[in-house]
Write a protein that binds this ligand. Structure first.
Ligand code: GLA
Length: 353
């Protein structure tokens, strides 16, 4: 087996004139992960199929320039708050805050200049059992409307078990809210749509939404609904069902409440399997929720890496706290206070059957 390896190359210059880099991690099986310090974005993810043949299973571009445009968060690190906050408003300790509004009347994925649009400091590393890159970003007090200077560190690690681990850490100097996630799109065939992919999610409940995709009411059982992925289901099998929640999401765009015996435990959240190539992705996370988004807004207008990103050509599985948690005392808290350290972790394990 070849040793784990990491290399660095230029990835273009931002519109503001900052040169950014691409870090290429390769493991002994040839699995390759490419990450840029612009937005902490995973740009390529090459994994073997059942015959050992590699394919790139994620959506992305060949240089930084297209990522600076209007892109639906391809491969990006999302922060300061992944998913939606109703009307971009919340309060902590009686103090009200107003965030950037960038999704109808709501705040989405940290705002128009969220962490996915920022240049991170990057340090590659090579250890005995893994290679990777450590990314750091300081989000200033008031950025996108959030209180407190937040110092964020995210580490991507690749090992020889075909596992990509993402470790998140943040500290603040004022009370704030934090909900970091990874927004990679997956297509385990590396082509076509994802409707035949088999998905299993370890969730008995989900959070039904209003027409602005803000959780409405209490988490509901998935039993008897198209959101029941407790047994593996083809994504396309019920996506056209006569269901008000699917109509609101224009397909799947919902948070599932992960079954967790212990809060914060690194546990299996979802298994995605492509019958065609045999590729399997198992996603483990310490987060309480998982946003399943079925690529409903992809429309073929974006192209990159020699591909066209067509309707439902990719899906996202975003480990997270629940949407709109800052306004929901009944949801697990996303408040971070000075002196505390925010930490979370997700693990993407690839295999083939
Ligand atoms: C998330 C949101 C979706 C959409 C996609 C990107 O999954 O929940 O509504 O914004 O990102 O288009």
């Amino acid at each position: 087996m070849k040793p784990l390896h990491i290399s660095e190359a230029p990835f273009g210059t931002t519109l503001t004139g900052i040169p950014v880099h691409l870090f290429t991690m390769v493991n002994g099986n040839g699995m390759t992960v490419k990450v840029t310090n612009y937005g902490g974005i995973i740009t390529e993810l090459h994994v073997p199929d059942r015959d050992g043949k590699l394919a790139d299973v994620t959506h992305g571009f060949d240089s930084v320039t297209p990522y600076e445009g209007d892109v639906p968060y391809f491969g990006a690190l999302i922060g300061r708050y992944g998913n939606r906050i109703a009307h971009g408003k919340f309060s902590i300790d009686g103090q009200q805050y107003q965030l950037d509004i960038n999704n109808g009347v709501n705040h989405l994925h940290g705002g128009s200049q969220g962490f996915h649009k920022q240049v991170w400091k990057a340090k590659p590393f090579m250890r005995a059992d893994e290679v990777g890159v450590t990314l750091q970003y300081t989000s200033l007090d008031g950025e996108m409307g959030y209180p407190g200077k937040l110092q964020v560190e995210v580490e991507y690690q690749l090992n020889n078990a075909n596992e990509l681990r993402v470790l998140y850490r943040a500290v603040t100097d004022k009370p704030t809210v934090v909900n970091l996630t990874q927004h990679a799109y997956f297509n385990l065939s590396g082509e076509g749509d994802i409707l035949d992919h088999q998905l299993q999610i370890c969730a008995d409940r989900y959070t039904p939404v209003d027409t602005g995709l803000i959780p409405a009411g209490q988490p509901a059982t998935v039993a008897g609904t198209p959101f029941d992925f407790r047994k593996p289901q083809a994504i396309g099998s019920r996506i056209h069902a006569d269901d008000e929640q699917l109509r609101r999401g224009l397909g799947y765009d919902h948070n599932l409440v992960l079954n967790k015996p212990v809060a914060g435990l690194l546990a299996l959240a979802a298994t995605l399997r492509d019958p065609k190539s045999g590729r399997v992705l198992e996603l483990y996370t310490r987060e309480p929720g998982l946003q399943f988004y079925s690529g409903n807004f992809l429309d073929g207008s974006l192209q990159g890496k020699g591909r066209t990103y067509a309707y439902r050509s990719g899906l996202c599985l975003e480990p997270q706290h629940f949407p709109d948690s800052p306004n929901r005392a009944d949801f697990p808290s996303t408040v971070l206070r000075p002196g505390e350290t925010y930490t979370t972790e997700s693990l993407y394990r690839f295999s083939a059957v």
